[in-house]
Design a binder for this molecule. Structure first.
Ligand code: 8YV
Length: 332
């Protein structure tokens, strides 16, 4: 872009070097070289002077921040798929476009969901911890470290979007039967490919499957969707995997269900109050009932680069006078 028309861009966190360099070449870009999340005050000053803000999941772009936006702010180009950290409605009301980075992290996220799905019943983390401990491995025994077989089990996918379908394809290859709950029934072709069973009633599905994976977006409607009552419906040998957003599961209710052995285990990559994790959760992790990961399901070099490329394309397209390909519209 010619210098005079280069949009001013503020990036809130460190992005891969190649992406940051390209953004400096193309736009009038301010980088965050510290990689510490910006304060609300800093975000407020950024939106007051920039034309584009590039936030991530760790930035709360609420109505207050949108209120502080200058007339120049045209685009909030999220580096990420989920936009639950952004008040999209407030942005739309101010004529500010919001975009995200879909598709490029689908496979990496689904791979990690599979890893988490195997880690709990096959006691992967427990085994690795024993090998790394000072005490070490005492030797093989026929009845030691027995877990549960995953093939032949029923998987209940909450949210059959791109990531849900990618998880289903992988799970099917592991000999797992696919069940799903979604606001809308999937296309018949996808259902046929996955040999999937649709449940319009989440409660009914919860009571019948062996593994639950949460793959829906975080919205007011999905907040604490898996609450105490719903967790009580699950089978005692069942377990939960969540790589979507922490708030979709009531964490206190999950801790209770795990403690009381009303469900067998859980694997979480996301948490209600990230990065904070309470002592009860750490205790359950110590006891081998919970596998916790630090929101890393899409963290591959390839995904982070491709996410950055999506951000660049979205900025470019908007400032070329077109509709950006990854525009996110407010939901009512
Ligand atoms: C990202 C995610 O790493 O894209 C998402 O919605 O949850 C993560 O996998 C993160 O959000 C980047 O902003």
């Amino acid at each position: 872009m010619p210098k005079a028309t280069r949009p001013s861009v503020v990036v809130t966190r460190r992005l891969p070097d190649g992406i940051e360099t390209r953004m400096r070449e193309l736009f009038d870009t301010e980088l965050n070289t510290e990689d510490t999340p910006m304060t609300q005050h800093q975000l407020g000053s950024a939106v007051a002077h920039a034309q584009v803000l590039v936030p991530t999941v760790t930035d709360k772009i609420d109505a207050d921040i949108i209120d502080r936006a200058g007339d120049g702010l045209k685009l909030i180009a999220q580096f990420g798929n989920g936009v639950d950290n952004i008040d999209v409605k407030a942005a739309a009301a101010r004529g500010i476009t919001v975009t995200n980075t879909p598709r490029v992290l689908t496979d990496d996220t689904a791979d990690m969901v599979m890893a988490m799905m195997l880690a709990v019943p096959r006691r992967l983390v427990e085994g690795a911890q024993i090998m790394a401990s000072a005490q070490g491995w005492g030797g093989w025994s026929p009845t030691w470290m027995m877990g549960q077989r995953v093939s032949g089990k029923r998987l209940g996918i909450i949210g059959m979007g791109r990531i849900g379908a990618a998880v289903a394809r992988r799970a099917k290859a592991f000999g797992i039967a696919i069940h799903y709950h979604n606001r809308k029934q999937a296309h018949p072709d996808l259902e046929a490919e996955l040999e999937a069973t649709y449940w319009d009633d989440l409660d009914q599905m919860l009571a019948r499957v062996d593994i639950i994976t949460v793959n829906c977006p975080s919205t007011p409607a999905t907040q604490h969707m898996l609450n105490a009552e719903r967790l009580k419906l699950m089978k005692p040998h069942a377990y939960i995997v969540n790589a979507a957003r922490g708030g979709i599961i009531d964490e206190d209710a999950l801790v209770e269900a795990l403690r009381e052995e009303r469900i067998a285990g859980a694997a979480l990559d996301v948490f209600q109050n990230e990065p904070a994790v309470g002592p009860a959760m750490r205790h359950l992790a110590d006891a081998g009932k919970l596998v916790m990961l630090p929101h890393m399901s899409s963290a591959t070099v390839e995904a982070r680069h491709e996410m950055g490329e999506r951000v660049i394309v979205n900025i470019h397209t908007l400032f070329d006078g077109h509709r950006p390909p990854d525009r996110v519209l407010p939901k009512d």
